[in-house]
Design a protein around this ligand. Structure first.
Ligand SMILES: [Fe+2]
Length: 211
């Protein structure tokens, strides 16, 4: 794939080892999908699209107890380069999962001042979620395979529980020249409050299985 800057994807396939790791763990890092030029172009697009970002009407909403608000939501915006990367990775997404996946949406999510994310599973639009750092220092996502099968209500109760260990789970970082692939509709995940918050953007690319 060649983008508007001439940057190209370095690979659009996955290895058997990556397939096996994804099947066993529910996530796997796919490094080296593109080069620094494309990473820079994605960062530039993310910054340029920030003024157009809106909090999506649909998305995971972790229910919290009365009187506690989950926050205003994370503003998100798409972009033509991100859309091209989304389409270019559909073959890799299908190889990784062995499922007939189709692209649903791809967007930059903007975190300003705090990149905390409440414990949740992704919507049915995301049978596979690919995550990449667009810009800024993005702190790791914490995955909770031990909570697979939990309802959103149970995840909300954990968020409400001050004794719940927010440092727990498997910390997974976001690559800049590739993605972390996550079975995000199944494996609950959260991001603890960043002790040194700044501005950052994460790109999420979602694919849904036709069957
Ligand atoms: Fe998520």
């Amino acid at each position: 794939m060649t983008g508007p800057t001439g940057a190209a994807l370095a690979r659009t396939t996955v290895t058997r080892a990556e397939q096996r790791a994804f099947t066993a763990q529910g996530y796997v890092g796919l490094p080296g999908l593109w080069d620094e030029r494309l990473a820079d172009a994605l960062a530039a697009e993310a910054r340029a699209r920030r003024p157009h970002a809106k909090v999506p009407a649909r998305g995971p909403r972790t229910p919290l107890a009365d009187g506690r608000r989950p926050g205003p939501g994370i503003p998100a915006a798409g972009g033509p380069l991100l859309a091209r990367v989304h389409l270019a990775l559909v073959g890799a997404a299908r190889e990784l999962t062995g499922r007939l996946l189709v692209p649903t949406f791809a967007a930059y999510g903007y975190y300003e001042g705090d990149d905390r994310v409440l414990l949740h599973v992704d919507t049915e639009q995301c049978d596979l979620t690919l995550l990449t750092a667009a810009y800024g220092a993005v702190t790791p996502l914490h995955l909770h395979p031990d909570l697979v099968g939990s309802t959103m209500e149970r995840l909300g109760r954990l968020e409400d529980d001050p004794s719940w260990d927010r440092a727990g789970g498997i910390p997974v970082s976001y690559p800049r020249t590739g993605v972390t692939a996550l079975n995000g509709h199944v494996v609950p995940h959260h991001r603890p409050r960043d002790p040194a918050p700044g501005s950052s953007a994460v790109a999420a690319l979602c694919y849904r299985a036709l069957f």
